[in-house]
Design a protein around this ligand. Sequence first.
Ligand SMILES: Cc1ncc(COP(=O)(O)O)c(C=O)c1O
Length: 399
Amino acid sequence: MPDRLYLDHAATTPVRPEARDAMLPFLGDAAFGNPSSGHAFGRAARAGLENARQQLAAALGVRAPDVIFTSGGTEADNLAVLGAVLAARPSLGGGGAAHLVSSPTEHKAILGALHEAERHGARVTFLPVNATGLVDLAALDDLLAGRAPGGRPTLVSVMWVNNEVGTVQPVRAIADRCAAAGVPFHTDAVQAFGKLAVNLAAVPVSAASLSAHKIGGPKGIGALVVRDRRAVGPILHGGGQQGGLRPGTENVPGAVGFGVAAELAAGEQPETHARLGAMRDALETALRERLPDLVVHGAGAERGPNILNVSAPETDSEAMLMHLDLAGLACASGSACTTGVVEPSHVLTAMGVPRDLAVGAVRLSLGALSSPDRVPQIADAFAGVVAKVRRLRSVLARA
Ligand SMILES: Cc1ncc(COP(=O)(O)O)c(C=O)c1O
């Protein structure tokens, strides 16, 4: 068994011991109560839940009541998009359709919710992106000014950091434009929080999605920050928890772990950015030295410090991931293998990456388990796997 290196922190991260320890009382006899119960057991759970909400709010620069806990980033994205459509219904009147503006490089959680909204009559417009994945602000200006088809946007949703290539969108500029036009703006900040300075006090977003398991918190808990409740309607119905916007008994242990992880992530963010960014750059250089024809996706744009997405020509990501795993490197790709055919990632396709290159893309993402000492070892192993996959392909091509 080779020495295993985890290079998939953008997929998920190990739970930090501080978060795990904080959760334990809420999983045991001490504070297991239902936070809606008025008795002492319920009050203990409520105290943990509200403390976690405060920690999130402080880490993000928002008010505690603006933090709505969800089951994760996916639910937060769905609530932002579908909730905006539901909230806009009365103002659109009988005949009007919601108009959702987004980018083609969003996470599937946003794209899936947009698709669902479209099925129910909403109009969706995707902003063009350039070769590094950056959205076209001039196209946004046209939409906001009503100079483009589709009518006034109901919601603009653009992610902060792309989960596949790391491209950082000009969220501040988008937020300012939307605020000036009076159009709600949501950002999926799942990959940004803890890596970039996500201070929502300084950026006028209407809503932002977060997920705990990307920052050393537990899985199955996330949040949607909602600044203006009138702009989001509930997509779940039941009890009146969280102001009725997200009913259901809250995941108290999860929220407590999330609160601790968020507080730590926000406090450590500048150091995390410097440490991971330096390591990512060293890894990129080491890989380019060994593989001169390597293509780095998103290079040239500001990128989240932890993400490196590369294609070696004449490879495919399915074979790459399998041989990388055998070599002890746990990586990811954005491509999907449907019925034996590798489909290139929608992100790389939108960026105009040619299909033969896109199908070889591999994402290496760094985090708590990464050490700069390992950069040469990773680069050697990666280059070895590229050589092996190329050899196997040429054997297969001759067969
Ligand atoms: C940008 C982005 N949005 C949303 C999600 C979904 O988050 P969760 O896994 O908590 O549902 C992810 C996780 O892969 C992500 O990277």
